[in-house]
Design a protein around this ligand. Structure first.
Ligand code: ADP
Ligand code: MG
Length: 245
């Protein structure tokens, strides 16, 4: 069965795009057909994180407005089999929720996982992704303001996706957490969510994106392995949470 997942956070810069790209390439590597949709209208950058910079000519509005088919607008990753991208338009356009749901319904016939990278905030791009989602991943850092925004996001989406919202803690630095006198448990309590993954602060995330290489092909340690474990949990496997030193 196919699952559409919105990756969101409230606050910008928590790592939504990096986590979407990281999870997508791992899920594809684990044998699934994965479609990533960039919902960050005007500020798209999921192509960079996936190493598919400027490959897409058509975007999701071309599909919902009938200018081209879904299969024509979707581009395949040059090296990772079964990884696909549908990009966002560069200029804002009014898109109806019905049309978005139809697009996702069609995509579900062809892909096992559909990951929607939503923009920061609770605006139209976020709502569009949410309306078509079966599950949500809220990405937060341990920063108190990121956690507060995560909590607000959860309040907004809880009724739409009851019991289907999970937390990914990103950019985790144990030394900083000690100074903040906080733990992952505190973060889960603040966000009010069960944990799907813990991803360490790791320069490889930015270096891989800079090189246009999916994180899991760039390195096999740190954030890359944390993404792999998180992808396995998304598939329903039980994998212990990584100890971050
Ligand atoms: P968002 O989509 O939430 O705005 P991005 O994924 O674009 O956030 O990430 C913002 C910045 O943080 C990028 O430069 C990215 O490379 C960096 N980043 C994200 N996750 C990590 C991580 N785990 N370790 C180090 N840098 C990270
Ligand atoms: Mg982003």
């Amino acid at each position: 069965m196919s699952t559409a997942i919105v990756v969101t956070s409230g606050k910008g810069g928590t790592g939504k795009t990096s986590v979407t790209g990281g999870l997508a390439s791992c899920l594809a590597g684990l044998g699934h057909r994965v479609l990533c949709i960039d919902m960050d209208i005007g500020l798209r950058n999921l192509d960079l994180s996936l190493g598919m910079s400027d490959r897409a000519l058509m975007d999701f509005t071309d599909v919902v407005e009938g200018r081209c088919s879904l299969s024509r607008a979707v581009v395949e990753h040059p090296t990772v089999r079964d990884l696909f991208l549908l990009t966002a338009p560069l200029t804002p356009r009014p898109i109806g929720e019905f049309a978005m749901r139809e697009l996702i319904r069609e995509a579900k016939q062809n892909y096992d996982f559909i990951l929607m990278d939503s923009p920061a905030g609770l605006g139209s791009g976020f709502r569009l992704a949410l309306c078509a989602a079966d599950r949500a991943i809220v990405v937060s850092t341990t920063d108190p303001s990121a956690l507060r925004d995560a909590q607000r996001t959860v309040t907004e989406i809880r009724s739409a996706l009851p019991g289907r919202i999970h937390l990914v803690m990103n950019r985790v630095q144990p030394k900083l957490m000690k100074k903040l006198h906080t733990t992952i448990d505190d973060a889960m309590n603040t966000a009010g969510l069960p944990l799907l993954g813990v991803i360490p602060e790791d320069p490889a995330v930015t270096l891989a994106a800079g090189k246009g290489t999916p994180l899991i092909l760039f390195t096999r340690k740190g954030a890359a392995i944390a993404c792999l474990n998180t992808a396995k949990r998304l598939m329903g496997q039980s994998v212990p949470v990584m100890r971050i030193r």
